[in-house]
Design a protein around this ligand. Sequence first.
Ligand code: MF3
Ligand code: CO
Ligand code: CO
Length: 246
Amino acid sequence: MRAAGRLTAQLLDQVAQIIAPGVSTGEIDQLVDKLTSDAGAISAPFGYNGFPAHCCTSINEVVCHGIPTPERRLEQGDIINVDVTPILAGWHGDASRTFFVGEVSPEARGLVQTTYEAMWRGIRAMKPGANINDVGRAIQPFVESRGYSVVREFTGHGLGRKFHTSPTVFHHTTLGAGVLLEAGMAFTIEPMINAGRWKTRVLDDGWTALTIDGQLSAQFEHTVVITPDGVEVLTLGKTETPPAPA
Ligand code: MF3
Ligand code: CO
Ligand code: CO
């Protein structure tokens, strides 16, 4: 899984290089497809429950599962999440980042920065003996203190030889026991944070999830594994600098 995670990060490092006004989401998909097969890996999204592309590209009010197309070109001021999931030697890596297209509004910048910090607050709550529900306890109060909301309808998930397994990783606070963490457990933390209301709706294509109020949404995702003394992030970017601990 370390090797799959490394490839996942490399795909996003390469995607970052081509994000610019005028580039189509279809071109991003082609790049992900090519780099994945060059690495001897397979794109898990392609054909997953009928998903028609190699990655998800979710722009502005799209919360997640946006479908890349040759027609949609990036415009100055957009924010775009690109989510990739290669399978390398049978193991999955799953990560996403939200990128700025040129200069973006202060509102967009604030949302994206808070979403990134929210993901890291969730990650840092993870260690043996902690509870998977500590993710939501670390994220929701922080996000709401900044005036944003946490999407409820999509969650993080266990992964390994399969794409989506237990545990379900809620990014909002939940009642109930939740799974106790032990070394060796691998899962994603992938909060979707909205500028307005948390509610989403899905387009007739069966995939594209949008904010119900049309306001912006951002997301970051890492694959992590519980280690004997803490947590290891398997999908860290080459030049990624996590925020200082709170
Ligand atoms: N990569 C997404 C996740 O984080 C799932 C995408 S499912 C797909 O779980 F079919 F849209 F690719
Ligand atoms: Co995921
Ligand atoms: Co993902």
